[in-house]
Structure formats: C-alpha cells, structure tokens
Design a protein around this ligand. Sequence first.
Ligand code: NBP
Length: 483
Amino acid sequence: MEKADIGLIGLAVMGQNLVLNMNDHGFTVAVFNRTVSKVDDFLQGPAKGTRVIGTHSIEEFIATLKRPRRVMLMVKAGDAVDEFIEAIIPHLEPGDIIIDGGNSLYTDTSRRCEYLKTKKLLFVGAGISGGEVGARHGPSIMPGGHKEAWPHVKPIFTAIAAKVENNEACCDWVGDAGAGHYVKMVHNGIEYGDMQLISEAYSLLKEGLGVSNEELASIFTNWNKEELESYLIEITSHIFQVKDPEGGFLVDKVLDVAGQKGTGKWTVINALDLGQPLTLIGEAVFARCLSALKDERVQASKAYPMEKKKVSGDFRSFAESVKHALYASKIISYAQGFMLMREASKAYGWQINFGAIALMWRGGCIIRSRFLGKIKEAFDKDAKLSNILLDPYFQGEVKKAEAGWRKTVSEAALSGIAAPCFSSALAFFDGFKCQRLPANLLQAQRDYFGAHTYERIDRKRGEFFHTDWAGTGGKASSSTYNA
Ligand code: NBP
C-alpha cells in the first residue's frame, strides 16, 4: 500500500483545504478526525478522486505514514491539541514530527516543545493565515519550534504556501519554541491596526468631507494602485459597492459595534509585559472596546451635541492628506510591531528572522501588501536594522507623508471626528524622534514623592541620585528597579 508523505488530523474547514492543497502539489496525505464519519464524508465529497488516504483509527493513521512520520494537527486550539498529542505519542518513534497548525497561544507551543523533547519527538508550532481560500490555494505559514524538524517539513510547507515575486514562498522558519505562533499573534494585532486605520480614513472622508459610497469605492480603488496596495484596501473598495437588497448600501446598515476574538488583546498585553510602546495596536483594540459601548455612546452624543463641521480644504487635497495619514500611520504600526517582535526574540531567546517575517506576510495572509515587500527589502539591506523608522527608504516615505498626516490629525481634532490611531501614531512619531522628552520631570516627581531616585544628564548612566526636594524628607531612597 502507498505510504503517505504526511498525516493530518482535523477535517474542518482549514484541515480539508490544506489537505487538498497538499494533494494538488503531489503529496500523499493520510487523514483522520475525532468524529470518524467525517473522514468518509471528506473522501466521498471534496477529496473524491484525489490520492488522499482516509483512516479510521489512530493506529491505522500512523501506520500509513512514511518515516520520520509527520503528523499535522488542525484542530481547535487548546485542550484538543494536548489530547491528540497524548493519543499519538504511544504510536510514534524518536525523531517523528508533530506539527500544530492551529491558532495556539505561543506559551502553549513553548510548553509542548519542552514536553515533546523529553519524549524525543520533534514539535513545530505553525501559525497559518489566509482563512479558507488561503488554505486551499496558498496561505502564509509561520513555523517555529524544534529546528531539526524544518528540513522534513519545509518541502511540503513551501510547496503549498502563497507565492510572491520570483516565486518566493510565503513561508520560512521563524525561530525556536513558540516563535511561529507568537509571530502569528502579532500578525493578527497588526491586522487590527490596519483595519482601524482604514476605518478612520473612511470616517474622515465620509463625516468630514461628505464623500458618497461610490466616491469612496473609487478613492480606495485608486489607493490600491499605489503604495497602499493591499488586500484590506482592496476588499474595502468592494465593500463600498455592495447594495442592500432592501435598498441603499449594505455597509450603511451594518451596526457600528466591532467584535474581537482576543489575538489583538493578547498582543497588547504582551507588549505591556515586554515594556514596548505598541500604541497603535493598543488604540485599535480599545477602539473596538469603545465601539461596543453603543448605548452609552448614543446617550453621550445627546449630552454633548456638536454642530456638524466639515473639514477645511478642497476634496482632492484633503483626500490626499488622509491617504498620507493612513500611509504614515501604517509605517508607525509596523515599526512598533517589529519593535515588539525584536524584544520578544531577545527576551525569549528565539533568534527571529525579521526579513523572513516580512516575506511571509507579503502574500497569502490578511495583511498582505506591496508595503511588506519594502520592509523585506529594508531587512535584506540591513538584517540588524533596529527600527523600520531608521531605514532610509521609510525615512523618505514618512517625510513625504508628514504634512498631510499632521493636517489630517488637526482637522480630525477640530471637526470632532475620532481618529485614535492616526493621532496616537503621530504622537508616537513625535516622541520617538524627540531627543529630550519631559520624562525628566516625571523622574523629579517620582523622586519628590517616593524617593525613587533619578539619573543626571551630566553623570554616567547607571548612577542614581536622590534629593530631598521639599527639605522635609530623609536621606533613604527607594530601590531603582524597573517593572
Ligand atoms: P475548528 O477550530 O472549528 O476545529 C474543528 C476541528 O477540531 C474538528 O476536527 C473537530 O473535531 C476538532 N475538535 C474539536 Br472542535 N474539539 C476537539 C477535541 N476536544 N478533541 C479533538 N478534536 C476536537 O476548525 P478550523 O476552523 O478548521 O480551524 C482549525 C484550527 O486552525 C484552529 O486552531 C483555528 O483557530 C485555526 N485557524 C482557523 C482559521 C479559519 O479561518 N477558520 C484560519 C487560521 C487558523 P470534530 O469534527 O470531531 O468536531
């Protein structure tokens, strides 16, 4: 009997489509599912006529695999992954590989790496983005874990992944332990940021300029031909064109309360843990929280009525300013996202390959864009680049967009239109490029009331001073640790 190149457990939407994608690329795949009847449904349905091998028990499943065995799990994240790992361990041999392609929390993946090492098995935690269509025709795949497994997984993953210029696959080794799933989490955080930025541009054009849905579709279609070209800008231009069968445009009938499933929140919590100023994604998550307070917002809108004030300037020039605000803010968001990943790589000892991340996100996933190609180029030129904002290309881009960005943020403030991500991106930029922040005063205040000590500009770093500012305190100071 023909042996399978890889086995996949979990025949829901992602699993089925990945199996068909692997089959298209010449791999023989064995499949299994907790509800075993779904194996037969799959073989008689979408997998009919393929070389997919259906199995009806774990024993049969493992027996059909070539050595070293490659077992991929595409099941619900959490306990289901641990349960399947325990169920297959007794049937595996040292050197066999387990791959978790679900949306697992990176700390779970790191834990599983440690555990499976004690069993002499290899473990890969791979973030997969692109949804159903991506899984079927080319997702972005972000694998991390035990690097010894990579040569055995690479041919399959790079074959099924999305391809960009020069046929480069949107899949590369990310780093050790939970690095792959961590990078997928940050991808989702950046997705929150991109979506909120687009929504702020929409709000300023619609509320501030009174642009119609037809005009919005046309503006976004044009933006998608320039530096903002991306999947999210493209789908946004389509959304503005969809009519409601009951009349009008569908987007105007959608309730303004945004949902969230937690990956943005976890990215921001991690940024706080690592002390990184991930302000834009933070604002994007909070903007969804604020949107959820619909009833209170309606009440407050009556308590603080504001005469509708259109933004100043003509249509064409303000729309251009909004485009610049969107582009510059997007650069800030990615700069912050890469700052976070750099810190995580250091803190967790992962050796993350940043150029590879930009390439993996270039195609297949929700945040895919032309822009990510430029980030890849920046890391190709300088693999040790400390911050995207210090790359010469992005410096030039931010400078070109700066005037329009400032105009947009000030017009938003004057017109009373909330633009939290545009504004916080600009505040971050002004702080980041500021040689001397008012943190000297913060330190003085901390020392005044809590004897927390301060460093001086005219002494070497690491020397701490305490002053009895009011002449009423003692000489004892607090310890100088940072939380
Ligand atoms: P689901 O997340 O809906 O998971 C369905 C699969 O998990 C089925 O095979 C189901 O078996 C199995 N399963 C469940 Br539910 N509970 C189980 C348990 N306690 N023990 C064993 N198996 C269990 O499927 P999906 O949407 O295809 O996603 C698969 C993974 O990929 C998830 O981690 C998801 O977060 C991730 N992901 C999804 C997308 C997407 O767009 N949907 C995109 C990227 C990543 P059953 O058939 O017996 O119920």
